[in-house]
Ligand binder design. Sequence first.
Ligand SMILES: Cc1ncc(COP(=O)(O)O)c(C=O)c1O
Length: 417
Amino acid sequence: MDKRNFIKTISLATLASPLYAGALGDIFKDLPVNALAKTDDFWLKVRQDYKLKPEYINLESGYYNIIPTSTLNKMIEHAQMVNYEGSYYMRTVQWENKKRMAEKLASVVGCSPKNVVITRNTTESLDMVIKGMRWNKGDEAVFAEQDYGAMKDMFKQVAKRFGVVNKIVSVPNHPKSDDEIVELYANAITSKTKLLMVCHMINITGQILPVKKICDMAHQRGVEVMVDGAHCIGHFEVDIEALDCDYYGSSLHKWLAVPLGTGLLYVNDKHIDTLWPIFAEEPRESGDISRLNHTGTHPVYHDLSIENAIDYYNMIGGARKEARLRFLQEYWTSQVRDIPNIIVNTPKESHRACGIANVGIKGIEPSVLVERLMHDYKIFTVAIDYANVQGCRISPNVFTLTEELDVFVKALKEMAA
Ligand SMILES: Cc1ncc(COP(=O)(O)O)c(C=O)c1O
């Protein structure tokens, strides 16, 4: 089938009824999670809940997840309601509603609502922690060169401003064991280390790090741990309390598919009273996390959509979504790992990755690879070219079908040859 016909066929698949209209349906409800992960008929229904551009195959859900039409419509309804009520809404139930969203969110991420604030994104969440810690000259921070630029920049800023010394490690793309990773971070810690930042999932490769073990190791040395979970909530099942971290930040507009501009910050009880908030807030009772959540006026209807996105996520089921995303990644990576000239920059072991992976081709620069994928194969993805990662990041979504990944695998094989 040529590319144009393939894309047409995919759009014609609208003949399948959407998932949202019919909920799971008996046939699918009883299928074991791993069997459902491979059942395209079910995911074709999920696909009908989305409005997708037919011009290209979208394998770049990592930046922002397109939201299902049902969530989008709810957001529009919320915007209409807020616009109808105006200041009355803002002065009466705004904060009550935000609290309800935080409660619902807490139930998805395995922590108490008293430790959760809703922010705009991971950048706001984690920069508040880096910037808001009580630094002294000579204190040290540890993070990795594979971490996200915005947080690395904030560490550079606190280095300039407070004299913090940054220790930067490099995470291997194919670790031999959890111990190798834990040791890497442990070796960078000194008696002056105050904060360690670690990605729960490295965004450029999709590698999942052994965060609980890193937290245990760091706590034994008196070091606080801030986890960058930008890509984790709604992607695979996250239990923040089980990680025993000090801080956890995530973007809800990524895998939980909440409208743009929604994030989460988890702060352990120990730090609620001591962290400096981004925006000043009146002193509160000890342990009241709202001291960290002054926002100023902002699009509250985006926050209101958090519960709709969670309803959609729960309708699919967290375990089902995680299994499908991991299946899709392994579906394509397993076909190319052993092909000459193709380099998969993501670990093979299932527990070290989920939906995201990174692939490069020897002799082709990542930016050129991405251009050729779009121009020659109508596949949209993103180039990564720093640290030990040269390739394109592939992030399929619940609407991705295996036929689309077949086009991608064929493209890789042709280019590698
Ligand atoms: C690992 C990681 N951390 C932080 C961020 C920042 O997320 P946001 O732009 O939603 O603040 C991203 C964005 O892609 C990311 O991949």
